[in-house]
Design a protein around this ligand. Structure first.
Ligand SMILES: C[S@@+](CC[C@H](N)C(=O)[O-])C[C@H]1O[C@@H](n2cnc3c(N)ncnc32)[C@H](O)[C@@H]1O
Length: 369
């Protein structure tokens, strides 16, 4: 299992954030299903950290990103931009921007007041997401990015890249066990490190990138596109589980409450997270998406049983199911195997009625219709 673990770690390091439902481990195999570049775009419509879009961009696909969460879109931008997308002409260079951010002195602000032990002054508990020093440095770096933005020295993409770097930096020192659904009672050793933003190595290219932030139903697609859909499949709402990243990205001061300091999130509640709505939402999304080919990731642990999903989607086009554990380089992880759990992820490929394509021959196809 060692080679697999190495790949797993590398996959997550590439996007820098542990994210529920991340496809970092299987992104290459998923993009294999898209076949050769065909003149259309690769649309990652629930992009999350952008792990799949990043592979598509590295293979030369023009990429469209979308997510309901602005913080996720920023992370995906960080994972897909090329060096020529973000010249940092007004600040000198990307490296200079990172150096300047790391040099900004700590200045306590909203993150310090709500998400460090300083919160005990106003909150029902002492919140331990960040040490006081790290929270105040995150506040200061966020303000600096805002000041650059207000002074118009950053393009929008440059600002989003720096915010992605800030989210990664925050994540590295967050005192959590994976999500921001709760913080740890005792400080983890990584939470005690000094927070630092890091310059990522950007590929020497200009990625053809379109970015949309919002509900998936609003993403523009054409009949030439390959559309990748990776919706939530359990009740876990990303807007609640990643609320601190949303606040760092927004740089705002919302009314927060409770033990975890949750910001208002219900306006971002996703239909895909409700058992009663998931099947209808998935079917209507696929039926209303223009595409040459749709790739839908889902899991046997999801709200909708596989057979029911395949049956419903067969109405919209010709359907092939690819078992993720058998495609590409994917192997179930060592811990899950040891615990006797199998990971049953699959990708449903739909060629909408009316679309004509020459299907590449991926491995282990299971013909359904
Ligand atoms: C399973 S995750 C995607 C993971 C991603 N493929 C990755 O590798 O990081 C699902 C994503 O869908 C987003 N989402 C949920 N409901 C949405 C909606 N109605 N419209 C757009 N995005 C939505 C969530 O914010 C989350 O980032």
């Amino acid at each position: 299992m060692r080679p697999y673990l190495a790949e797993y770690v590398k996959g997550e390091e590439a996007v820098g954030v542990r994210y529920i439902g991340s496809k970092a481990r299987v992104a290459e195999a998923i993009v294999d299903l898209a076949g050769e570049l065909d003149g259309g775009r690769f649309v990652d419509a629930f992009c999350g950290t952008g792990s799949v879009a990043a592979v598509a961009a590295s293979r030369g696909w023009p990429v469209t990103l979308n997510d309901a969460l602005p913080s996720a879109v920023a992370m995906a931008i960080g994972a897909t931009v090329g060096r020529h997308n973000v010249p940092f002409a007004r600040l000198g260079s990307y490296a200079q921007a990172i150096r300047d951010l790391n040099a900004v002195p700590a200045t306590p602000g909203f993150l310090h007041a709500q998400y460090s032990p300083a919160s005990s002054a106003t909150a029902p508990v002492e919140r331990r997401y960040f040490t006081e020093q790290n929270a105040a440095r995150l506040d200061a770096m966020r303000s600096q990015i805002q000041a650059w933005h207000d002074a118009k020295v950053l393009t929008w993409l440059e600002r989003e890249l720096l915010l992605a770097d800030l989210l990664q930096a925050a994540n590295k020192v967050a005192n959590i066990s994976g999500t921001y659904g709760c913080f740890l009672k005792d400080w983890s050793s990584t939470a005690l490190h000094d927070v630092r933003v890091r310059e990522r190595t950007l590929p020497p290219r200009l990625t053809d990138l379109k970015v949309v932030v919002g509900d998936v139903s609003l993403v523009p697609t054409t009949a030439a596109d390959t559309v990748y859909l990776d919706p939530p499949y359990t009740k876990r709402q990303y807007s609640a589980y990643y609320h601190v990243l949303e606040t760092i990205h927004a740089g705002d001061s919302p009314e927060v409450g409770g033990v975890t300091g949750l910001r208002p999130w219900k306006d971002k509640a996703s239909d895909y997270c409700y058992k009663t709505r998931a099947l209808g939402a998935l079917t209507s999304l696929v039926a209303n998406t223009s595409a040459r080919r749709i790739l839908l990731s889902y899991s046997s642990e999801g709200h909708v049983p596989r057979a029911q999903l395949v049956d419903a989607l067969t109405e919209t086009g010709s359907v092939t199911v690819h078992d993720v554990k058998t495609i590409g380089r994917y192997r179930p992880n060592a811990q899950a195997s040891a615990a006797g759990r199998t990971v049953n992820e699959y990708v449903i490929e739909i060629v909408p009625h009316g679309a004509r394509i020459d299907l590449a021959q991926p491995l282990h196809r299971e013909e359904v219709a």
